[in-house]
Each structure stands twice: as C-alpha cells, then as structure tokens.
Design a protein around this ligand. Structure first.
Ligand SMILES: Cc1ncc(COP(=O)(O)O)c(C=O)c1O
Length: 412
C-alpha cells in the first residue's frame, strides 16, 4: 500500500515552494492556545518527562465527561472514556482492536481518509456510502443497510463532516436506528464536534439521538484543531466499557504512557468552554469571507454550516485548461497559480476544499487571481446553484426557476 497521506504530499509541495505558494489547503494561520494554558505548559515543561499518574488520568476523564455533558448534553460515565494520543492514534487503536480481517466496514465518500486506510490495512472489506451534494451531503445509508450481505461490523461516520461541513440530520439518525445487526458499531469522528454554527452541537452519544437502539456507539473527540498543543495532543474515545477496555488493552502494547504534561494540559483545555465559544465566533467569519472571495472569483461554494472548510465543485475550465477531476484541478492550481487546495474525488463527484485558516492578506491574493483563473462553467453565471460533477457530467439546479430540475453537460 503505497498511496501517501494526501496532506503530507501537499505539505511537501508547499515546502518546495518555500513560502511562495498561497496555502488554502491546510492554511498557515495558527490558532494559538489560550494564554493561561500556554503559560501553564511553559511553566511545567518538566512534566513532559514524567508519565501521567492515575489521579491525573481520572481528572482527565472527569473533564471529558463534563465536556460531553456541557457541549452535547450527553451523560457518559468516566469508565467509558479512554484518553488517546491524538485522533489518528485513537482511530488506529480502535481499528486494530475491533476489526478482524474480512469484517465489513462502511465509510463515507468524500471523507477524511484515515479510517478507510486503517481498515484496509486490517484487511476489512470496505463499502462506501456517498455523501450526496443534492441532499445536504447526507450519506446514502439506505442501500448499505438494505444489503443482504454479511452484517456491517463498523459504520464509520464523521460529524461534523470534513470536508463537506455537513452535520447530523434527523433523517440520518432515523436511518441509523434501523441498524439492528448485532455486533455493529457506529463510529463517529467528532474532531470538529463543537464547531457547529447553525444549531447546538450534537453528539451521537446523546441518548436523545441514540434512543434505545441496541447498536454500540463509539465517538472520537480530538482537540488538535481547537487547542493546538503539539503533534501528540490528547484526544479521547468514548464508547462501551467493554470496547474501551479492548482498545486500552491494545494500547498498552502499542503506546508509551501519556506524559503528565499532555494529560494535565489537555484537562485544562477540556474545561475551557470560553475557547470553544470564541472559535464558534471566529470560524463563521473566516468562512463567510472565504466564501465571498471564492464566489467573487467564480467558484460556487456549498454552504459551510460547521467545521473550518469550504468546498466547491470542480469547474470545467481553469485558466483556459479543461479539468475533469479534483486532483487534476488542484495540480493545475498549484503548478500554474501557486495556489494550494485539497482535491476530493469520489466516483460520482469531484470537489476542491479551501481552508479558512488563511493568513491576513491571503484573501486579497486569492481575489487577485480572478482574471487569470477564468473559471468557466457551461451555464450562464448566476443562473445555477450547487453544481456537481456526476459521473463525469456537470450538473446543477436552476436558480431562476427554483425547481429541482437538473441540467447536465458532458465535460469536454
Ligand atoms: C475529520 C478528522 N479526523 C481526524 C483528524 C486527525 O486528528 P489528529 O490530528 O488529532 O490526529 C483530522 C485532521 O485533520 C480530521 O479532519
């Protein structure tokens, strides 16, 4: 398995350009730590050399249960929380301890790539549920649940979603209630959990959502985007006591103990509700300005009701050159415009993702590319909404008639 982590490749390309490229892929803007946590870490740096003790782990799990109650109204006992060294490490341990070769796993597309990759390494059988741009990026779970094949072992979701910004809808929750297969775990990656802008953040663990369903729910809460305390920031998994114990048993073989510094610093972060509120105010402004600039230069961004990204369908032409996939468009933007974005291609749809972690001044530089970009769509500007690439054809709704009538044009 040789495919690289897409973000590592983009970082290499950006580094080769030595700061000359405009980074809307990952974004250069650093969200600093809250001042009090930053100075606590500096004053206690020596704790990086000491493993966390039991009392510190207990304080962490208490803080995690408080956060789940405060932010999501979910009542989860402390023995159902497992501290983990970062989101990807948490997913690796979960996948390694839960999946057997040949297990059936459902992931969504487009999606953050780690879970699918880790499950592939575990020799699971992967199935993809498309996030449908015409239905607010709801996953097409119906066909996956109605299949006659072996029951799914894991349904891996990511709400709030990267890259689409979609949040969990009542329809999706209703579909999940239909999962009755014994032994199915619904895994939700809630890395962007608190960053929801149009309603209260939701957690699958909240019993209002999970109801009396017999399925097991496991949720990942990772704070690398909210409290950047370094490459091995503590995150946590929350799930049944039994599953948390298996992941924990596995982790004793797989990880060194977490440091006292990591655990104590993250406990401070978990208590800091003011920071979450601050970010819920910061990102919508960043996103609105980004989406305005993208619209001004000719992109057609989808709404961004959560998270930190804006995604757009791939236009037909960029700078006079025909492009069909996100990968092709992103490469052209990097090579000929020094503009870094992330491509997301699925068999049905192609997107470009722009990060709202841009530096002051980056939006003006992006706007300055308008003339050269000459983004081109096969419909008159302003007449269409939500274009999407469907099986190589460009499709869109008619804005003027307001109908769901869909036009399609073969890409040249
Ligand atoms: C949806 C999602 N999950 C997990 C991660 C990785 O989290 P961590 O940096 O804690 O490994 C990211 C990072 O971008 C992400 O977007």
């Amino acid at each position: 398995m040789t495919t690289r982590y897409p973000f590592a490749l983009i970082k290499e390309k950006l580094a080769a350009r030595r700061g000359a490229a405009l980074d809307f892929a990952i974004g250069q803007r650093r969200i600093g730590l809250p001042e009090s946590i930053d100075s606590w870490i500096r004053a206690n740096a020596v704790l990086a050399m000491k493993p966390a003790g039991q009392a510190e782990i207990e304080a962490f799990t208490e803080a995690a249960t408080d956060l789940l109650r405060r932010e999501y109204g979910a009542d989860i006992a402390a023995d159902r929380i497992l501290p983990t060294p970062g989101g990807r490490a948490a997913m690796s341990a979960f996948v390694a301890s839960i999946l057997e070769p040949g297990d059936e796993v459902l992931v969504t597309e487009p999606g953050y790539p780690s879970f699918a990759r880790l499950a592939t390494h575990r020799h699971a059988n992967l199935h993809e549920a498309v996030l449908d741009p015409e239905h607010g990026f709801a996953p097409d779970l119906g066909s996956a649940l109605d299949r006659d094949a072996a029951p799914l072992r894991v349904i891996a979701l990511n709400y709030p979603n990267n890259p689409t910004g979609a949040t969990l809808t009542p329809e999706t929750i209703e579909l999940l209630r239909r999962v009755t297969g014994t032994g199915t775990i619904v895994f939700n990656d809630a890395t962007y959990g608190p960053l929801v802008y149009d309603h209260q953040p939701t957690s699958l663990l909240n019993e209002n959502i999970s109801g009396d369903s017999q399925i097991e729910l496991v949720e990942l809460h990772s704070f690398s985007k909210l409290f950047p305390i370094g490459p091995i920031a503590v995150s946590f998994l929350a799930g049944s006591e039994k599953t948390m114990r298996s992941v924990s048993n596995y982790s004793e073989f797989a990880w060194s103990p977490l440091s006292s510094l990591q655990v104590q610093a993250t406990t401070l972060c978990l208590h800091d509700s003011a920071r979450l509120q601050e970010l819920r105010e910061f990102f919508p402004i960043q996103l609105a300005q980004l989406r305005q600039t993208l619209t001004d230069i000719g992109f057609e961004p989808y709404p961004s009701p959560s998270g930190i990204y804006s995604i757009c369908p791939v236009p037909a032409h960029i700078g006079g050159k025909a492009v069909t996939t996100g990968a092709e468009a992103a490469e052209h933007l990097m090579d000929d415009f020094d503009l870094a974005v992330v491509a997301w291609d699925t068999p049905q749809h192609s997107y470009l993702r722009f990060s709202s972690l841009y530096q002051p001044g980056d939006l003006e530089r992006l706007a300055g590319l308008r003339e050269r970009l000459q983004l081109d769509w096969p419909f008159p500007s302003g007449s269409a909404v939500h274009p999407a690439t469907v099986k190589g054809n460009l499709c869109w709704h008619d804005r003027l008639s307001g109908t769901r009538f869909r036009y399609c044009a073969k890409r040249k």
